[in-house]
Every structure is written in C-alpha cells, then in structure tokens.
Design a protein around this ligand. Structure first.
Ligand code: ZN
Length: 210
C-alpha cells in the first residue's frame, strides 16, 4: 500500500469538477471508501492506492471530488465531528429526490464541519425564496449540492430554507449530459451541450472553496 500526499490545496478548481456518478463527487467519504481505480484516475491528495489491485481509496474523512478534466480524484479532509444540525445552522447537502412541492436533502455538512454521517433535510417550496416559486423542479435537481438554513427540527426532521441570497444551489449538473453548469446572466448554461436550466442558486454559485 502506498500513501500519497495527504494534504494539498485545490482551491479554485471547483468549476472544472465533473461527476462520475450522481452519488460521488462532493459526497462525504470515510477512510477506506473506494473512489476508483488508477486506470481512470490519478490519485490526488487525501487518497491512497492499493498496489495489488490498483484501487484508489480515501485516506481521510472528507469530501470526494472527481475531476474528470484532469483525471484526478481527491478527498478534502473534514473535521471529524458528531455535529447535529440545530435551528439556525447553515448546512450543505446533496439533493436526493425532488417532487413538485418539496426536495429531500442529504445533509453532510453543518456550519463548515463535514459530518461522519448524514441527516435528512426537507426543503418545502414555500421556504425557497421570497418570490413565488411554481415548481421545485425549477429550484434544484438530484445530484446538486445545496446550502440551506435549518428553520425547524420538529420530530427530528430538519426543515430547510434557501430564502436568503447566500443560500441555494452551489453546484449543479446538466441533466442532459452531466457536465457542470456555469452561471450566465441568471441562468445556468451547459458549455458542453448548450442546455439551459433553472435553479435557485446561491450568490456564490460555482465559487465554493472545497
Ligand atoms: Zn449538457
């Protein structure tokens, strides 16, 4: 087993990050989670390679980022914590399921701390924006990374709001081809296939530092 460098700065590269599968890039991983194989990726910071198989694993607890452009996989370490979201917490999560009036969010980060596990959050359409929103499909889509505020934790369900400028989708992917979407004049555009999509974006969309 060979350990590669475990620390490094990859800031400013989020815009070139594409996902391999909906479940992986941006998601929290724990030490030993398999990230891929050396035939498809160069092992980046926070990973190690098992030489007998060529499999790449996570060295740390953190967020996995698959950079298809540079064929590289990295894990950005997060502080190990058993943090629980509270009312007023700012959380980040992966959009799991979207229905017309609500979305289910898998919360993996609370107030800048990456969690060891997940909490389920619920974003209802009435808490998305001050403006009237017709459909949740115009707000977020499965696979998006979203930042939200916890407004209620009644019955252990974390109800979320994106009703502030710095809240909303942080990273979204083209539902046609999977390429990361770029923000252009209030709309999200796919540079790969020229598809245009809608989201409720955070004001720092696409600029998040991992
Ligand atoms: Zn596309």
């Amino acid at each position: 087993m060979t350990f590669t460098e475990s620390l490094g700065s990859e800031k400013g590269r989020m815009s070139s990050v594409k996902r391999v599968s909906k479940q992986k890039s941006g998601q929290m991983v724990v030490p030993g989670d398999k990230l891929g194989v050396i035939e498809e990726y160069e092992p980046g910071p926070g990973t190690y390679v098992e030489e007998s198989t060529g499999a790449i694993y996570s060295l740390t607890t953190g967020r996995a980022l698959m950079d298809l452009l540079n064929k590289r996989v990295s894990v950005f370490p997060g502080v190990k914590t058993l943090g629980v979201p509270k009312v007023g917490s700012i959380v980040e999560g992966l959009v799991m399921e979207v229905q017309n009036k609500q979305a289910n969010i898998r919360i993996f980060q609370v107030n800048d701390r990456v969690l060891n596990g997940f909490f389920s959050g619920l974003l209802h359409i009435s808490d998305v924006s001050q403006r009237y929103v017709e459909s949740m499909y115009d707000v977020c889509k499965p696979g998006d990374i979203i930042r939200a505020k916890v407004i209620s934790d009644k019955n252990r369900v974390f109800h979320l709001s994106t009703n502030e400028r710095d809240l909303g989708v942080l990273q979204a992917y083209c539902s046609r081809c999977g390429h990361v979407l770029s923000l252009r004049k209030f709309r999200l555009n796919c540079e790969q296939c020229d598809n245009t999509e809608r989201r409720k974006t955070a004001q720092d969309y696409g600029k998040e530092e991992a």
